[in-house]
Design a protein around this ligand. Structure first.
Ligand code: NDP
Ligand code: F7E
Length: 327
């Protein structure tokens, strides 16, 4: 099905700057960047709820929220998220919570008359050994990476949910597939975070402890693509305003680096002078996960924050917030 570009204003009417936009998961890495991006773009009616105020795994609470708040637009940045270890260690929570939250959100949004729903998947929905770069068409063409198949299956179900509600009910739900993200507000847990924040913290702590080496999980050979979360948020707002179709869209940079190169870059930025030690007992995960972003480029959007600059900014954020991490 072809891409559909629609104008911000005009027949839609909902995407004017007074549209009431519910950002689910607004305290997370992505949600907080979305709040910044939407505010900068002049969207003045943002609705947010903490997990304590609205637990999205509670169907009745979600239904009640939509009936009373009646947002025009929903951006779903709420999910159970984590790095390679968390995905392997908590498979039941990753599949259960993600299936539950997204189902409640999509269904209640449709039933309460939401005009636009933006769902966020992930590049891990593609088969482990799919050709690179990963085109949107490769979805469901082969087996998944075992370390994150539970999360990936939930995300694939989320895509299908959006497509089904569009086909049967004409619900304008779109699904975007971000690559690995990083930036201000990330999770810096040593066990459960993604590689980039984990390595920032490991190198920083090793530097201050005067350690001789830092251990990097796996062989260092897997390749990953990293998109700054402020770029991602801009892309999400752009697609919310301009895209309406059932086909998924990759959101990335179009370039990747090896974990060894990433570790060397972070070591340099942090100023750690010791060695890198690779631990091959830890899983490598997918060998490569580079998105084909030609569809996104053809719609008129490109990432702008270079990786080194983004890591430097993220390290400054880490230094300013290291005593107040969320977990
Ligand atoms: N980070 C990444 O590299 C990537 C992320 N994505 C996708 O982007 C989206 C956002 O991820 P990210 O910002 O990194 O994740 P975070 O973990 O930083 O944020 C997730 C948010 O979801 C909220 N949440 C979790 N469970 C519940 C619940 N039961 N009820 C209400 N709120 C809940 C969290 O609330 P609380 O603050 O209370 O914990 C938090 O605000 C997800 O869909 C993820 O799959 C896609 C590709 C890569
Ligand atoms: C966004 C994406 O994120 C996850 O997939 P992933 O890309 O494999 O995740 P990751 O960032 O945790 O690891 C990337 C690579 O880096 C290596 N690595 C080295 N040292 C550390 C380290 O210290 N911590 C971590 N976490 N990884 C390390 C690690 O061994 C692996 O080879 C999925 O949850 C998936 O569901 C998903 O969507």
């Amino acid at each position: 099905m072809p891409c559909v570009i629609k104008p911000v204003t005009g027949c839609w009417g909902t995407m004017n700057k007074h549209a009431k936009i519910y950002v689910a998961g607004h305290r997370g890495l992505v949600g907080s960047a979305l709040v910044r991006a939407l505010t900068t773009k002049g969207y003045s009616r943002l609705v947010t709820r903490t997990r304590q105020e609205l637990d999205l795994t509670e169907q009745a609470a979600v239904e009640h929220f939509f009936k009373t708040e009646r947002p025009d637009v929903v951006i779903d940045a709420a999910a159970r998220v984590g790095g390679i270890h968390a995905n392997s260690a908590y498979p039941a929570e990753f599949i259960r919570d993600n299936l539950s939250m997204q189902t409640h959100l999509v269904d209640s949004a449709y039933r309460s008359g939401v005009k636009k729903f933006v769902f966020l998947g992930s590049s891990c929905i593609y088969p482990k050994h799919a050709p690179q770069p990963l085109k949107e068409d490769y979805l469901l063409t082969g087996p998944l990476e075992p370390t994150n198949e539970w999360y990936a299956v939930a995300k694939i179900a989320g895509i299908k949910l959006c497509q089904a509600y569009r086909r049967q009910y004409g619900f304008d739900a779109i699904s975007l597939m971000p690559t690995n993200l990083y930036g201000s507000g990330d999770n810096f847990s040593l066990e459960n975070s993604h590689v980039l924040p984990a390595l920032i913290r490991k190198f920083h702590e090793a530097k201050w402890a005067g350690a001789k080496s830092v251990t990097v999980w796996g062989t260092g050979t897997p390749r990953r693509e990293f998109l700054h979360v402020d770029d991602l948020a801009e892309a999400v707002v752009f697609l919310m305003e301009n895209y309406s179709a059932e086909d998924i869209i990759n959101v990335g940079v179009g370039e990747d680096i090896s974990i060894r190169e990433l570790a060397e870059t972070i070591r340099e930025i942090v100023g750690f002078e010791g060695d890198l030690v690779f631990d091959p007992e830890k899983p490598d995960g997918t060998p490569r996960k580079l998105l084909d972003v030609s569809k996104l480029h053809s719609l008129g959007w490109r990432a702008r924050i270079p990786l080194r600059q983004g890591i430097e900014e993220t390290y400054r954020w880490f230094l300013a917030h290291q005593n107040e991490f969320r977990r």
